[in-house]
Design a protein around this ligand. Sequence first.
Ligand code: C2E
Ligand code: MG
Ligand code: MG
Ligand code: MG
Length: 279
Amino acid sequence: SAKKSKGNQYSIYQLKMKGLNDKGLMFESKLFQAIKEDRLEIYYQPKIDIRTNEMVGMEALLRWKDPELGFIPPDQFIPFAEDCGLISEIGEWVLKNASLQINRWKQLYNVNLKVAINISPIHFQEANFINRLQSIITETKVDPTNLEIEITEMSMMDYNKQLIEKMKSIKELGITIAVDDFGTGYSSLGYLKEFPVDALKIDRSFIVNMQDGKSGIALVAAIITLAHALNLAVVAEGVESELELEILKEHNCEYVQGYLFSKPLTASDFSKKLEEIAG
Ligand code: C2E
Ligand code: MG
Ligand code: MG
Ligand code: MG
């Protein structure tokens, strides 16, 4: 069973720990402990519908602060977790805790928001991903329509029947799928229309490049046009300025996230925001 193989994974890991003490393993042991002791924390960044100026949801972004090492950014520890076999554990932890949090917010503030969760390609490609997802939904009693899964182009790299089936199963649960960091990975544009995805998230690098002028803007406009041609929603990532926002509005982008509206917030700071909105 899944539990048993996890158990085996840990004991192999513990054996390794006994014999070795290089930096990677120190990191691994600390991350392992942080998961076990619930010392990871999810921050939430609002997603705004720029046509109405309303918050429609948020993205769950993981934070790790080690008592000795200090703050370690996800761009560092996520690839590490992928290498050392801890990423699925982490992904399930985020799915579960973000689900519980969205339930709480729904109850407290009577809001119907969607929380987007980043899923690593390694986790996504596991054979029991759907079963585990289903278990988390049952266990947390989350409404699946309040969940979105963010995958990167990496997860969609080899187009095959099983992959499409897996994505369809997610959709059948009621969960939407967004393609994260769109444009930075391997894009098989020809296949994009075959994937049952709901939204494209334009990587921040494209948003930043809009300030270079015409060609930068043209690229963003082309991605938006492509998305709409395929009936997909568009989310612009990392919007920091009014000018960027204006250009995005002009080109009919629907959703944005970025420091212009809000940085990722702790659950408690996010609650304060929801309190304000609820009045
Ligand atoms: P991502 O999913 O593309 O998330 C967007 C990143 O842009 C986040 O960085 C967010 O804090 C940052 N950001 C948002 N608005 C702005 C802005 O206006 N300006 C700038 N400069 N940055 C902005 P963060 O939180 O450091 O996460 C980095 C990456 O780590 C994420 O990129 C995602 O790939 C990964 N990650 C984070 N949490 C998780 C997780 O729970 N699971 C997995 N598998 N990956 C995660
Ligand atoms: Mg993301
Ligand atoms: Mg992204
Ligand atoms: Mg990213």
